[in-house]
Ligand binder design. Structure first.
Ligand code: ASP
Ligand code: MG
Length: 404
């Protein structure tokens, strides 16, 4: 008897009809005699709406209360999914993250899973139930409700699959798998049969929005092979696993556009030792994720530089607050925030063994009249920050240059 973990994202449970579809799919696996654990997200739009409500009350709400609020989204879906299975005469029990034994640290709104003791899950499975677990949430040792960061239901599913030593982990979403680009932006994008963890990690982290990147990191670390597939049809999806040698034959596996980043520039920062350390220590201590960092050469007679970095749009207000609080101590002149940026990236393990990839990308952008604002590279990725308004045009051009 196999243990199967199936995760259904927001659109897959976006209406009661969709929830009934999920129940039907689950029942098919159950009928084969397998033990099924279902992880669900909040119904689509629900989390966004809860965030909106909170912000109507105050711009920077308490993060503990945000978790209390956001955890309700998934809790609605687990109960409805259990009911949908009951209506088909299948025994099913819903569990919150805490009840499923998911213990996290205390970093509210982006908690990390510390350990999972799925005793209750096993017990319920062994007595014949389908177990439905609320994604995206856990509980600290002290009993505080936490959430795992946006898209965190993916992490719940992967981590549970690891803890349960599941035989199969399926991530059901509203797309057929991982594509060479977002098919909504690039009509010629193709579905990949398989992709390596590292490529997927870059693609997810770069706004290819298929999955939360922390969940892919977790899968890589614990060797959880999983499939990303659609809940709307029966097409096979994309298998995500450790890199194999034949994967290097392709230079660029995918092109991603991240529209969720913002750029912060600190103007006129004193050019002396310890300044960057002071700035990014303060940022880091507030659990703000920084992605690209660029420092200009010293300018003016006073020896000052400009430091720019990118961060999630959602963290921009918090970053501002932190930077405001250290401005006089550090002595920079101004904080300039720009939300109208896009980060465009190409990803492929084949870049390790091919040259001229960056030049081709920059040339393609130049021909499309797209200005490059920041550049960063790694072994398997090249990213550029560009004007958000040119984002979609740029993705199409770069995809057609490398993938066709
Ligand atoms: N409901 C949460 C979100 O929208 C978690 C998830 O969907 O995975 O971010
Ligand atoms: Mg989601």
């Amino acid at each position: 008897m196999a243990i199967i973990v199936q995760k259904f994202g927001g659109t897959s449970v976006g209406s009661t009809d969709r929830i009934k579809n999920v129940a039907t799919r689950v029942s098919r696996y159950r009928a084969k005699g397998d033990q099924v654990v279902v992880v669900v997200s909040a119904m689509s739009g629900v989390t966004d709406n809860l965030i909106k409500l909170a912000k109507e009350i105050m711009p920077l709400p308490s993060e503990r209360e945000m978790d209390m609020l956001l955890a309700t989204g998934e809790q609605t879906t687990i109960a409805l999914t259990a009911m949908a299975l009951h209506s088909m005469n299948l025994p099913a029990v819903s569990l919150t993250g805490a009840q499923a034994g998911i213990v996290t640290d205390g970093v509210h709104t982006k908690a990390k899973i510390q350990n999972i003791t799925p005793k209750e899950v096993h017990k319920l499975l062994d007595s014949g139930n389908v177990v439905i677990v609320a994604g995206f949430q856990g509980q600290t040792q002290e009993g505080q409700i936490t959430t795992l960061g946006r898209g965190g239901s993916d992490l719940t599913a992967i981590a549970l699959a690891a803890a349960l030593k599941a035989d199969l982990c399926q991530i059901y979403t509203d797309v057929d798998g991982v594509y060479t680009a977002d098919p909504r932006l690039v009509p010629s994008a193709r579905k990949l049969t398989e992709v390596s963890y590292d490529e997927m990690l870059e693609l997810a982290g770069l706004g290819a929005k298929v999955m939360q990147s922390r969940s892919v990191e977790f899968a890589k670390k614990f060797g959880v092979i999983f499939e990303v597939r659609s809940s709307l049809n029966d097409n096979p999806g994309t298998i995500v696993k450790e890199e194999t040698t034949n994967m290097e034959g392709v230079v660029v596996r995918g092109v991603a556009l991240d529209k969720n980043q913002a750029k912060v520039t600190l103007a006129h920062v004193p050019d002396k030792p310890g300044v960057a350390a002071r700035i990014f220590k303060a940022i880091g201590e507030s659990a703000i994720n920084v992605d690209m960092i660029v420092q200009t050469a010293s300018h003016g007679t006073s020896g000052a530089t400009d430091i720019s970095f990118t961060t999630d749009k959602a963290d921009l207000l918090k970053a501002r607050k932190v930077l405001d609080s250290i401005q006089s101590e550090v002595g920079f002149k101004e904080i300039i925030a720009d939300e109208k940026i896009g980060k465009l990236s190409i990803v492929g393990v084949g870049m390790r063994s091919h040259t001229g990839v960056a030049a081709k990308m920059f040339e393609t952008l130049a021909e499309a009249g797209v200005n490059i604002d920041m550049i960063s590279t790694s072994e398997i990725k090249i990213s550029v920050v560009i004007d958000l308004a040119k984002g979609e045009q740029a993705v199409k051009a770069v995809h057609s240059a490398f993938i066709g």
